[in-house]
Write a protein that binds this ligand. Structure first.
Ligand SMILES: [Fe+2]
Length: 357
């Protein structure tokens, strides 16, 4: 489909209580510790209490959610939930999506990757407190299965409602502001380059690229600036809408190994491959992106990104195999065969001197 977005978006202080009310009676909230500090959990609890809802809170969300976490949540809290809320960054939202499917289906976490095994999910409500993942408007969830980051996709995991309130992102520290901002930037650039991009995705992708290029460098020096936070939250949602149409491309796939094996944050591990992806793609779109952003390496460097990791040939071989088997390859321009994928890793190792100050 050229464009499909079933998520109702409530923006800034707009809360349509009747819409939240319609979602159901019992709410399971998946979140981390930061939602207590940024005020989002308190707002949500007040909202649910004012609507006389039943709720429980799981506040031990983990980054790159492992399959065992999803299993533990359904074991501990059961499956009798009308609504699963993802409150926080990408991890609680992606966890909420997986739990929502398991609430309505008697299947394993592995089965989430087989679309034919389910066609329903509990209602999903997403409230992002970072500006990066875009998960609040996508049909994707990325989990860690047997030590590998792997995304699953299903129309039924589009959130029913997304609440976008920039004030929840104000207290985000500088390093997370940069890494999540670069995740959104990667979504926008990858979507624009994708062989699946269309007129609709391009509107959102290019808009997001422009906003992030202009706003992120200013925001990192003025973290409590509400206007900049607002722009970045909008940009990350626009980029999320863009990838809901196109999916991500090779930079995401290349970055997954660095996150899993080298502990690099997702947004950083992904964005550092963008210059290579742009160079190999060499399309009309890469030229437009270059006109908008200038040199992407310089842009990333301006933000003070540093990466360093040690590796060896056999580990790189393992990464190359994982990437070449990923669905991202087919939608990336430039024919990314195993040799080119390997070249990407060696290019980054060489460049990591550049990404070090
Ligand atoms: Fe991402």
């Amino acid at each position: 489909m050229a464009f499909y977005l079933p998520t109702k978006i409530m923006y800034e202080n707009e809360i349509l209580k009747n819409e939240i009310d319609k979602l159901g009676k019992r709410f399971l909230i998946i979140t981390g510790k930061s939602s207590k500090r940024n005020g989002s959990l308190e707002d949500l609890i007040n909202l649910l209490e004012s609507l006389d809802k039943e709720y429980e809170i799981f506040d031990e969300s983990k980054e790159n959610p492992p399959k065992e976490l999803i299993e533990n949540i359904t074991q501990k809290y059961g499956k009798n939930w009308d609504v699963v809320v993802g409150l926080g960054g990408g991890s609680p939202m992606d966890t909420a999506k997986a739990v929502a499917v398991l609430c309505k289906n008697n299947i394993s976490v592995e089965d989430l990757y087989d679309q034919s095994k389910y066609d329903t999910a509990a209602n999903i409500l997403c409230i992002p407190t970072t500006a990066g993942t875009g998960s609040e408007v996508t049909q994707y969830s990325v989990l860690t299965i047997n030590g590998r980051k792997r995304g699953f996709k299903h129309e039924k995991i589009f959130p029913k409602i997304a609440i976008l309130n920039p004030k929840y992102t104000i207290s985000l520290p500088k390093d997370l502001t940069i890494s999540t901002g670069l995740d959104a930037f990667s979504h926008a650039v990858e979507s624009a380059l994708s062989l699946r991009s269309n007129e609709f995705s391009e509107i959102f992708a290019f808009k997001a690229i422009k906003i992030i290029k202009n706003t992120l460098p200013k925001l990192v020096n003025d973290l409590e600036n509400y206007e900049y936070r607002k722009e970045m939250l909008l940009a990350s949602t626009y980029a999320g809408i863009a990838i809901s149409i196109t999916g991500t491309t090779i930079a995401h796939s290349l970055g997954y190994s660095l996150t899993t094996d080298k502990n690099l944050r997702h947004g950083i591990a992904t964005a550092v491959f963008l210059p290579f992806e742009m160079k190999i793609a060499g399309t009309k779109k890469s030229k437009i992106i270059h006109e908008l952003v200038g040199d992407i390496e310089d842009f990333i460097k301006t933000l003070g990104v540093e990466i360093y990791f040690e590796t060896n040939e056999s580990e790189i071989e393992k990464w190359v195999n994982a990437v070449s088997n990923s669905s991202h390859v087919k939608v990336t321009p430039g024919n990314f065969n195993k040799e080119k994928i390997k070249e990407a890793y060696y290019w980054l190792i060489e460049k990591s001197k550049f990404f070090r100050r």
